[in-house]
Design a protein around this ligand. Structure first.
Ligand SMILES: Nc1nc2c(c(=O)[nH]1)N[C@H]1C(S)=C(S)[C@@H](COP(=O)(O)O)O[C@H]1N2
Ligand SMILES: [Mo]
Length: 390
C-alpha cells in the first residue's frame, strides 16, 4: 500500500497558501523594519536593566533629567510597533513552515531551529511585555529577569537567522538596480483580488503608525491628545499625576499618616530622626522632574523638598556617598532601594514633601518620597522610613 506522496502534499499546500503579495523582497523589507525596532528595544532594555540591576561598570547619567523617560518611552513604543510588524512578517513567510521534507540538511535544521526559537521567544516577549504595560502580572515568574534573558535569546537566534539568510538579503540588495529599471513606470499590477507589495507594506505601515500614535501619548506629552489605548493618561490621578501602587496595596496607610512619623538618617552607626517639622525647617528647593515608569508611562511634575545631599550633610555625611533607602512598605520589591553617589551628589535629587504646589498626597508617598533625575520610576521610593549612608 502506498502512503500519501509528501511531494504532492507540499505542492497542494503551496498552491493553497500561494499569494502573489508574498515575495522575498517583502520579507526582507519587513525584516529591515523589525531590525530597527528590535535594536531600539534591546539597547533601551539593556540601559533600563543596568539602572535597576547595575553591573560594576554601569554609568548613571542624571542629565538630561528626561533621559530615562525618553529611553523607556522608546522601549515600550518600539515594542508595541513590533507587534504588527512581526505579524506581517510571519504572514509573509508562514507557507515556508509547511514545506516538505521539514529538514533537508544540518544547515537547514539549524536555520529552522533558530527561526522556531526566535518566533517563540519574540511572541512570548511581546505578549508578556504588552500585558505588563497594563500593570497586569499574571505569571509566576519574575518579569524583569525573564524579560532580560528572553532578550538575549531573541538577539542570539536573530543573529543566527540573519547569518543563515545573508545570501537572500544580499541578492535582494544586488537585485535592486535591476528591479528599479524593471519598475520604471508603475509597479507591475498584482493578480486580481490580491494586494500589491506596495499596498501591503503601506497597510502594515499605517497599522503600525496607528498603534504607535494611539499609545505613545502615555510617554510623549505632545502625543497625549491621541492617547486612546495606552493604560495610563497624563494629568490624571491625585495632584494630576498617575499613581502606580496605592497606599492600600502597599499597606502603608496607618504608618504613613501616624503623628509619630520620622525619617531616620543613619551614618556611621548613629541614627538621627527628622520629623516633618524638622524636614520643613531645612532649606527647601523646587525641581521639575518626571516620574518615568518602566511600564512606559511618564509624567513631569513640580516637586519641592530637601536636597538629599543637604539632608545627609546635616548629619555630617559627604555628598558623594551612596545610600540605601527604605520605605515604610512592610514587604515587596520596592521596600529597599540603592542610590549610587551620582544621584546623591546631584542637587536636583530631593526628599520631596510637596507635589505641584501642595503637600504630597498619601498616594504619591506622603510624608516624604525620593525624586531623582533620570531614574526609573521603580526607584523613586515613596513613603520613606530610613536613609542609610553606606
Ligand atoms: N514604596 C514604594 N515606592 C514606589 C512604588 C511602590 O510600589 N512602593 N512604586 C514605584 C513605581 S513602579 C513608580 S512608577 C512610581 C510611581 O510614583 P507615583 O505613584 O507617585 O506616580 O513610584 C515608585 N515608588
Ligand atoms: Mo513603575
Amino acid at each position: 500500500m502506498k502512503g500519501p506522496d509528501p511531494q504532492r502534499i507540499t505542492e497542494a499546500l503551496a498552491a493553497r497558501f500561494a499569494s502573489p503579495t508574498r515575495s522575498t523582497r517583502l520579507t526582507v523589507v519587513l525584516g529591515r523594519w523589525l531590525a530597527v525596532t528590535f535594536s531600539v528595544c534591546f539597547l533601551t532594555g539593556l540601559f533600563s536593566h543596568g539602572l535597576q540591576n547595575p553591573p560594576s561598570w554601569m554609568f548613571f547619567p542624571t542629565s538630561p533629567v528626561w533621559i530615562y523617560q525618553l529611553s523607556q518611552g522608546l522601549h515600550v513604543t518600539a515594542g508595541i510597533a513590533t507587534i504588527p510588524l512581526l505579524l506581517a512578517k510571519l504572514w509573509s513567510v508562514y507557507p515556508e513552515l509547511l514545506k516538505w521534507p521539514p529538514v533537508k540538511s544540518v544547515a537547514h535544521a539549524l536555520e529552522r531551529a533558530s527561526v522556531a526559537l526566535f518566533i517563540a521567544s519574540s511572541l512570548l516577549q511581546l505578549t508578556t511585555g504588552l500585558i505588563n504595560t497594563y500593570k497586569w502580572y499574571p505569571w509566576p515568574f519574575p518579569f524583569r529577569e525573564t524579560h532580560y534573558w528572553l532578550a538575549w535569546i531573541i538577539m542570539g537566534s536573530l543573529l543566527l537567522h540573519i547569518a543563515v539568510k545573508l545570501p537572500a538579503i544580499q541578492a535582494n540588495w544586488n537585485g535592486r538596480a535591476v528591479r528599479r529599471s524593471e519598475l520604471h513606470g508603475p509597479e507591475r499590477s498584482p493578480a486580481p483580488g490580491h494586494w500589491s507589495r506596495r499596498a501591503f507594506l503601506t497597510g502594515v505601515g499605517v497599522s503600525t503608525g496607528a498603534v504607535v500614535l494611539t499609545t505613545a501619548g502615555q510617554s510623549f506629552s505632545w502625543l497625549s491628545p491621541l492617547n486612546l489605548f495606552a493604560p495610563r493618561t497624563m494629568g490624571t490621578g491625585p495632584q494630576s499625576v498617575p499613581v502606580n501602587r496605592t497606599s492600600e496595596d502597599a499597606k502603608v496607610g496607618a504608618l504613613a499618616t501616624s503623628d509619630g512619623w520620622s525619617l531616620a538618617v543613619t551614618y556611621k552607626g548613629t541614627s538621627t530622626p527628622f520629623n516633618l517639622a524638622e524636614l520643613r525647617a531645612l532649606p527647601q528647593h523646587q525641581e521639575e522632574l518626571p516620574i518615568a515608569c518602566v511600564e512606559g508611562w511618564s509624567q513631569t511634575a513640580r516637586w519641592r523638598g530637601v536636597r538629599i545631599r543637604d539632608l545627609i550633610g546635616a548629619v555630617g555625611a559627604p555628598p558623594d556617598s551612596a545610600l540605601r533607602v527604605t520605605s515604610m512598605e512592610p514587604e515587596g520589591p520596592y521596600r529597599l532601594m540603592s542610590m549610587p553617589a551620582e544621584y546623591v551628589q546631584d542637587q536636583r535629587t530631593l526628599v520631596a514633601l510637596e507635589l505641584n504646589g501642595a503637600v504630597l498626597d498619601l498616594e504619591h508617598g506622603y510624608p516624604a518620597r525620593i525624586i531623582a533625575p533620570g531614574r526609573p520610576g521603580v526607584l523613586q521610593t515613596k513613603w520613606l522610613q530610613q536613609v542609610e549612608v553606606l
